[in-house]
Design a binder for this molecule. Structure first.
Ligand code: PLP
Length: 392
């Protein structure tokens, strides 16, 4: 029996050839494929600049550094996200804060965000997460951010290919300073591991290039130490300067080649994901005790996740029992997400149950069903038929 996970990458011969070409002919890292990947993503989303890095987590970390966040800075994100969206705030010594989600979009609620900003008084940055691939209300978030002079870093790890309701592709940074993507294999395109930051700000771009590679000078950064940099009236050929404390967050050309090849199939991927979502929507319409979450903005959504809310107690079954019935038949669903503030590490920082009731209530009901490009219609109906049998 073929296993059906909640998410899965899709690799074809072109992807394999693309990687093999790098292995045979090109630099393995710091070569032309990385730049081509950056240019392709920047052009696709409509941003001026893009910097590719080793993961979405690295992208978030560097974005927080480039936004110059640090000790004493409040940074607000959604509690309904992967821990990376909040951890990046801790990496730079700033304070993660949360604002509850909207029950319909499952994204950070502009109303809660506004209340949180008023309560905190000072807000250095906001990290809205486009949960499941559904874009947040960026004009509204930008308006709130402006009142506090807060920067905005969009976590679009789920949302490559998504579009804003007001127009434009997620990542164009029309209402933010930076946008971050992840290319982990369960995401819209796979690079093995990989991430990207897009921005329209040249100084942020230059800083990101440095931070990705130890804080060493890039492009035409001026040398600070002239007596080391120059001799006999010319630049010393071995010379480089470390200008700030950076990391090795580089992505390889092998990964970039895979991601580039995957990008060629992006519209195909998105179309199929949309179709999978539509089929589920149609099937669950009218069923009791199970409802598709995030029904709003279906046409804008990149459909990384397909999430349903299930009234387990009304069905007389626990989520664990429900998931086990599916697992017995080879169907492996997941829950997105355990609210970040309920993680032991965050509880130890003082966050507690009850702080974000809409997120917590949603979490009790959440289940992510299989949603990926190569999900066959037959397998999707295996999922649907079994779920219908359990809930009816
Ligand atoms: C919302 C969100 N942000 C950030 C990340 C981190 O991305 P990566 O796994 O590429 O480090 C993830 C990964 O699952 C994510 O879901």
């Amino acid at each position: 029996m073929e296993k059906i996970p909640y998410g899965k990458h899709y690799i074809d011969e072109d992807d394999i050839q693309s990687v093999v070409n790098v292995l045979r002919n090109a630099p393995l890292t710091q070569g032309p494929k990385v730049e081509e990947f950056e240019r392709t993503v920047a052009d696709y989303v409509g941003a001026k600049y893009a910097v590719a890095v080793s993961s979405g987590t690295a992208a978030l970390h560097l974005a927080c550094m480039a936004a110059e966040l640090g000790q004493g800075d409040n940074v607000i994100t959604s509690p309904n996200t992967f821990v990376a969206s909040a951890n990046c705030v801790l990496y730079v010594g700033a304070t993660p804060q949360f604002a509850d989600i909207d029950a319909d979009t499952l994204n950070i609620s502009p109303v809660s965000l506004s209340k949180k900003c008023i309560k905190l008084g000072k807000v250095a940055a906001i990290i809205p997460v486009h949960f499941g691939g559904l874009p947040c209300d960026m004009p509204e978030i930008k308006e709130i951010a402006n009142q506090y002079g807060a920067k905005i870093i969009e976590d679009a790890s789920h949302a490559l290919g998504a579009t804003y309701p007001h127009g434009g592709k997620v990542g164009n940074c029309a209402h933010s300073d930076m946008t971050v993507f992840s290319f982990h294999p369960v995401k819209i395109i796979a690079a093995g591991e990989g991430g990207m930051i897009t921005t329209n700000d040249e100084s942020i771009y230059r800083k990101l290039l440095r931070l990705r590679s130890h804080g060493i000078n890039k492009l035409d950064d001026e040398f600070e130490c002239h007596e080391e940099a120059f001799s006999e009236g010319a630049t010393n050929p071995w010379y480089y300067e470390m200008l700030e404390l950076g990391f090795n967050y580089r992505i390889t050309d092998i990964q970039a080649a895979l991601a580039l090849s995957q990008l060629g199939k992006l519209s195909q991927f998105l179309q199929k994901r949309r179709q999978v979502a539509k089929t589920y929507d149609n099937v669950f319409n009218g069923l009791k005790n199970i409802v598709p979450a995030q029904l709003v903005g279906r046409e804008n959504n990149a459909h990384h996740l397909y999430v349903v809310r299930i009234q387990f107690e009304k069905l007389g079954i626990t989520r664990r029992q429900f998931m086990n019935k599916l697992i017995e038949r080879g169907i492996i669903c997941q829950v997105h997400y355990i609210p970040v503030h309920l993680q032991p590490y965050y509880r130890n920082l003082g966050y507690k149950r009850g702080d974000y009731p809409i997120t917590e209530y949603y979490y009790q009901q959440a289940l992510s069903l299989p949603e990926y490009y190569s999900l066959s219609s037959e397998n999707q109906y295996r999922v649907v038929d079994l779920i219908k049998a359990i809930v009816t």
